[in-house]
Design a binder for this molecule. Structure first.
Ligand code: DC
Length: 225
């Protein structure tokens, strides 16, 4: 059966990864969380006390420690830096609040984009990020750009944090999301923006399963062509 590439982009906490994971599972496609790769690079940089001035050191670290994915016994996606499982630490506030400067470094993006394109060659793929439709997979058959109000995205993240037992101040969280949106969409290299041929879907007030159904309907139409 024909396999396609599905690019799902959008701002922080717009539901991309939840939706992308379900679709990949339903279609039996590979799911690639590119944000996790930028987070892993950020984790490495912070572990070595590097700053935006240390580009060559960060690139050397990315050469020395490969970023890879695995799966836990209960089916959760795991992220590795070298052979260390960093799935949890890459979600910490420190990484979250530093990932914008690391992901704005052109040399870091060049390396990670090449890796993402390599992974996409393996067959059907659902990839989520900020520049998948514009830069990583410009030929993707289906490009979706998910948006949602800052208020709603902050509420989703707040709920997730409560469930994980992470103490969170709602107003600070909202401000952090707005700040990351601004940085992600105003950087010079590969800023967050919808590809011209992407379908923009506002998920404010829309349940995850309805978003999935909308996208899977588009997939079906492409596969039936
Ligand atoms: O999807 P996420 O929130 O885990 O992504 C973390 C950060 O990584 C995000 O603030 C911007 C960056 N990112 C990027 O620049 N390009 C991508 N394709 C994915 C993420």
């Amino acid at each position: 059966m024909k396999q396609i590439q599905i690019a799902i982009d959008g701002p922080a906490s717009s539901g991309k990864s939840t939706v992308a994971k379900i679709i990949a599972k339903d279609l039996n496609y590979t799911y690639l969380d590119t944000g996790a790769m930028y987070r892993a690079a950020t984790y490495l940089a912070l572990q070595h006390q590097l700053t935006a001035a240390d580009v060559s050191e960060i690139i050397k670290l990315l050469d020395d420690y490969s970023i890879s994915f695995g799966r836990s016994e209960d089916g959760q996606q795991l992220v590795f830096v070298g052979d260390v499982d960093v799935s949890h630490p890459i979600r910490d506030n420190e990484v979250t609040n530093n990932v914008s400067w690391v992901s704005a470094i052109p040399e870091v993006r060049e390396k990670l984009v090449a890796l993402q394109q390599q992974i996409a060659k393996q067959g059907g793929i659902v990839m989520d990020g900020r520049d998948i439709g514009t830069v990583v997979l410009p030929e993707a058959e289906l490009k979706i750009f998910l948006i949602a109000s800052v208020e709603e995205r902050a509420q989703r993240r707040y709920k997730e944090n409560l469930e994980k037992g992470i103490p969170t101040d709602f107003e600070i969280l909202k401000q952090e999301i707005a700040d990351r949106d601004y940085k992600d969409s105003h950087r010079t290299v590969s800023p967050l923006r919808p590809a011209e041929d992407s379908i923009i879907f506002d998920t404010t007030g829309v349940g995850i399963l309805d978003v999935v159904a909308f996208i899977e309907d588009k997939v079906k139409k492409i596969l039936d062509k």
